[in-house]
Write a protein that binds this ligand. Structure first.
Ligand SMILES: [Fe+2]
Ligand SMILES: [Fe+2]
Length: 187
């Protein structure tokens, strides 16, 4: 329960919990639209990514409880916003759905890299018990980051960049993701 009392560690748990929850609802939104369009091929790809997001979310769900960290108060907003973003992108164009994934995952990759750097630096200041707990967190973040990179690559392999409005859509989604990260750390 050490993380509750360490502001920075509590922020890491809170923002990652929010992010993995967001990833889950984005994919749920995309799946809802793809089912309407009966696009079985894309459904299979996205089901695979969603399975991994559920595992990420499960870890941070448990961390929120075990470490007694308060979840972000923005969760209901991220729920609606994430689902809408997933639903609309997938409804517009399969490549827009893939662009949504590449944009989000590129931001998350950097976000997880920053956290890993921070945790490595923080090690010297921790007691043995604290080290044990943050070690597990570090290992999870490393594993999840590798899977987010895999998701990004799935997006590019499935023609995200062939979307005519790839750059503006990607930029907008990256801004929204960065904003959600910033807010979820604080509140
Ligand atoms: Fe994830
Ligand atoms: Fe992901």
């Amino acid at each position: 329960m050490i993380m509750k009392n360490n502001k920075k560690l509590a922020q890491i748990i809170r923002v990652n919990h929010a992010g993995e929850f967001g990833a889950k609802v984005i994919y749920e939104g995309q799946l809802a639209a793809l089912k309407l369009k009966n696009d079985q091929e894309s459904i299979k790809l996205i089901e695979h990514m969603k399975e991994q997001e559920l595992e990420h979310l499960d870890y941070f769900n448990k961390a929120i409880i075990n470490q007694k960290v308060r979840p972000t108060i923005m969760q209901p907003i991220w729920h609606v916003g994430g689902f809408a973003m997933g639903f609309l992108t997938a409804l517009l164009d399969k490549r827009a759905a893939m662009c949504c994934t590449t944009a989000v995952e590129e931001v998350i990759d950097e976000h997880y890299q920053d956290q890993l750097k921070f945790l490595a630096k923080e090690q010297e200041k921790l007691t043995d018990d604290e080290k044990k707990e943050t070690k597990e967190l570090e290992e999870k973040i490393e594993k999840f980051r590798a899977e987010e990179i895999e998701h990004r690559d799935i997006g590019y392999d499935n023609k995200a960049k062939e979307l005519p409005y790839f750059t503006p859509l990607s930029t907008a989604i990256k801004c929204a993701t960065k904003f959600a990260i910033f807010v979820s750390k604080k509140i």
